[in-house]
Design a protein around this ligand. Structure first.
Ligand SMILES: Nc1ncnc2c1ncn2[C@@H]1O[C@H](COP(=O)(O)OP(=O)(O)OP(=O)(O)O)[C@@H](O)[C@H]1O
Ligand SMILES: [Mg+2]
Length: 370
């Protein structure tokens, strides 16, 4: 069966013309998002206005063009919420190699940028990000975290940087990200008052995430973890377009729906040729003082998802009441109780992430820590 790539999809869409304009959807920058996973294609289109008269015709023509591709399993064509001015569409000329809109930022001092993602909210992305970061630090690596959850930035609280502000400046004049537990952190929370809601539109969100990557002095890092908001929205799109990701980690909970959500989250990265370094099943079970296990959110969904999606399973993280309490006090479990069971689980996950990165990219991508 022919493999459908994003390039093939963009080529097909370069043949779909917008009525009255004599130009293709690609030339008119109407394609906001196109992902391909296992020969299933999802495309979101940007229309010039909500009253665009040819909307249905263009949607139909787009779907037909994708359905005509050899080997196609499923074609989903949606409408992007972005306006033409606000969008950052794929400006891919037909039959040229795949190239993202804005150039990816060169981060020569950062060896690996890794996205921490989930289909659903509240499954523990931020908890996994901060503990994984601290575990990698304990293994001897230099680590940073970008809090890409612009509307709900939680990393500073969980990293003990609740009241931190940007104060330091590197010799080259760039501001320094605040640091705690040997991990550098950049978050919008450092730029606003604690109770101030963030009400920014997509383009500003895009700009601020890009600035976090390039306008701050991260120095040399082995890993920059990007803690994403849930789902497949603007922040995900920006990070995939702005940085060369070494991989993505999907966090899920064990219940049945988790499989469905993980599949969606994964498809987004796979469609952009970003390797999945593995799935973490969080809140897997609760073990009481007598050693009895309670599987509050069901059993084994993360492992099943990993098997079905053919990606590595990184492990199960139990519910530990102290973890929640200490997170609120800025102490990841790996720091609070470094010799405890939970810390050992996170260190094991960290070691697997390193091993999987080496398997995908080669030894030099993650050289031995000093
Ligand atoms: N294994 C765990 N044991 C105990 N508490 C946990 C565990 N994992 C996460 N929590 C707690 O659950 C809550 C939600 O976790 P977290 O904020 O990490 O999820 P999230 O996926 O980042 O959420 P959001 O989608 O809102 O960004 C937090 O209070 C966190 O401390
Ligand atoms: Mg979070």
């Amino acid at each position: 069966m022919a493999e459908i790539t994003q390039e093939v999809v963009m080529q097909a869409l370069s043949q779909v013309m917008a009525p009255d304009q004599g130009k293709s959807l690609i030339e008119l920058n109407m394609v906001d998002f196109a992902s391909v996973c296992d020969n299933s294609v999802k495309v979101d289109l940007i229309f010039p206005s909500t009253a665009y008269p040819h909307r249905d015709a263009v949607l139909k023509a787009t779907r037909e063009a994708i359905e005509a591709l050899e080997g196609i399993k499923q074609a989903t064509v949606g409408i992007s919420l972005k306006t033409p001015a606000a969008s950052a569409p794929f400006q891919r000329p037909a039959n040229k190699p795949t190239a993202p809109v804005a150039p990816k930022q060169l981060l020569p001092n950062i060896k690996n940028v890794i996205a921490i993602s989930s289909g659903k909210g509240g499954v523990g992305k931020t908890s996994v990000s901060v503990n994984l970061a601290c575990a990698l630090t304990q293994l001897g690596y230099k680590v940073g975290i970008v809090d890409a959850d612009i509307y709900g930035p939680n990393v500073p609280i969980m990293m003990g940087l609740r009241h931190a502000k940007i104060t330091g400046e590197a010799p080259n004049g760039k501001p320094l990200p605040p640091e705690n537990h040997d991990v550098k952190v950049m978050s919008v929370a450092f730029l606003i008052k604690e109770d101030q809601p963030v009400v920014w539109r997509g383009p500003l969100l895009d700009r601020i995430i890009r600035q976090f990557l390039s306008d701050f002095e991260w120095d040399e890092l082995d890993f920059l973890l990007v803690d994403l908001p849930p789902g497949t929205g603007d922040a995900q799109l920006t990070i995939m377009q702005a940085a060369s990701l070494s991989g993505a980690i999907i966090v899920t909970t064990p219940q049945e729906v988790a499989l469905h959500d993980s599949r969606k989250g994964l498809a987004m990265f796979v469609g952009q040729n970003i390797p999945c370094l593995g799935i973490v099943e969080n809140m897997s079970y609760f073990e009481c003082d007598h050693g009895q296990r309670y599987e509050i959110f069901g059993h084994g969904g993360g492992k099943a998802a990993a098997e079905q999606l053919n990606v590595p399973f990184l492990g199960q993280v139990p519910i530990v009441i102290e973890q929640r309490a200490q997170a609120d006090l800025g102490q990841p479990m790996v720091i609070y109780d470094p010799n405890g069971k939970q810390a050992a689980i996170f260190r094991d996950i960290a070691e697997q992430v390193v091993a999987n990165l080496r398997a995908v990219h080669g030894q030099e991508k993650v050289s031995a820590p000093v």
